[in-house]
Design a protein around this ligand. Structure first.
Ligand code: NCN
Ligand code: DMD
Length: 352
């Protein structure tokens, strides 16, 4: 008898009774029903996830997963690989966008190194769980072995087990990895059986001939990988990244533990796509924060039937779009929990 791997075990069930009670409550609040639009939907979705008709948010947490990518040897990024580790220092020093947002929007931030080319084990404040010193150049060979792919998924799941023990009630993943838009585009092309050209964009700022070159490298890489593609995990093995695998594992375990997930931008959505292809029940637990300026994001969101909360033309990563959108979730819950009902305020309801 074959036992399913942990990542295929079902996600927690949503609570329909809490969702129904939340809708009933919304319809008693002093506004025409539906007038708060998607803020109402958000509050009721969080009711279904938390099992509370009046959901509250106390411990949101963002983990930035970082790793390096061998495919940068092909000249597919506008920035040098050294930036990955340099930004790890910036995250813990407080100077990165996500560090500022964590302070401003009141969420916990931690940083996990899943494998960089330059060792940085001495860097305080970073959790070091390297799978290897970056992936192999996937234009030439698989990015990682099957064992490395499973290790990456397990790193993310292990982090979510820790967050669960600490009482986390909303999980956001961020990522940092020079070259990771290439991995995200190629993975999505394999998972969705789409032409990678339509999923390829500037990333950190690749333009003109350099963007044509990036597209050619990715087209050849996807063609190489298609020969070995049999199941979703092969997308991670063939053209993925360690941080992307860790994020997919984190999303899966969050769903299994019943922790709502707020997905960030292009790369994290490619991890969400992998997670949902590995385990479709994960989809129930995913909320989508923003539409990235990376053009392929639209296709990924469409494949996941996802409508992001905001569109600010951001394309930073790090979890920054989720960190900004978190304030909308807080406002949706504040309205849901604190508005007066028609009866309380003595306001007349709709005419029959
Ligand atoms: O999240 C996004 O939507 C996003 C879009 C474009 C770029 N990024 C960030 O930029 C880096 C990858 O870009 P690149 O050009 O090196 O592949 C990586 O560190 C990501 O966090 C992130
Ligand atoms: C400076 C810099 C910061 C980033 N944060 C996420 N990806 C990034 C890429 C660069 C280049």
């Amino acid at each position: 008898m074959s036992v399913n791997p942990w990542w295929q075990q079902a996600a927690a069930e949503l609570n329909d009774e809490a969702r129904n009670l939340a809708w009933q409550h919304q319809n008693q609040l002093t506004k025409p029903p539906g007038a708060l639009g998607r803020l109402e939907v958000l509050a009721t979705e969080l009711a279904a996830m938390s099992g509370q008709s009046r959901p509250e948010l106390h411990h949101p947490h963002c983990i930035v997963f970082a790793a390096d990518h061998g495919v940068v040897a092909q000249g597919v990024s506008a920035f040098p690989q050294a930036v990955t580790v340099e930004m790890l220092k910036n995250f813990v020093a407080g100077g990165a966008a996500i560090s500022v947002l964590a302070g401003q929007n009141d969420f916990q931030l931690s940083v996990v190194n899943c494998g960089t080319a330059q060792p940085c084990d001495a860097l305080q404040g970073v959790v070091h769980q390297p799978v290897a010193a970056g992936t192999a150049d996937f234009s030439q060979q698989p990015a990682m072995t099957a064992a490395q792919a499973q290790a990456a998924l397990t790193i993310g799941a292990g982090q979510l087990d820790l967050l669960h023990q600490a009482g986390c009630d909303l999980f956001m993943a961020g990522e940092m990895g020079i070259g990771n838009t290439s991995a995200a585009s190629a993975m999505a092309a394999l998972l969705l059986d789409l032409d990678v050209a339509g999923l390829t964009g500037p990333g950190t700022g690749v333009q003109g001939e350099a963007l044509d070159h990036k597209t050619q490298v990715l087209s050849a890489s996807v063609t190489r990988a298609q020969g070995s593609y049999n199941q979703p995990l092969d997308a991670l093995i063939e053209v993925g990244g360690f941080e992307i695998g860790a994020i997919a594992g984190a999303y899966i375990r969050a769903a299994q533990l019943g922790i709502p997930v707020l997905v960030d931008g292009f790369i994290t959505t490619s991890a969400a796509l992998l997670a949902v292809h590995l385990n479709p029940s994960v989809r129930d637990w995913l909320l989508f924060s923003h539409g990235s300026a990376e053009p392929g994001h639209l296709l990924l969101l469409a494949a996941l039937q996802a409508q992001p909360l905001i569109n600010l033309d951001m394309r930073l990563g790090e979890g920054s779009g989720a960190g900004v959108a978190l304030s909308l979730i807080r406002q949706a819950l504040a309205l849901h929990n604190n508005m007066a009902t028609f009866a309380q305020a003595g306001v007349s309801g709709a005419e029959d």
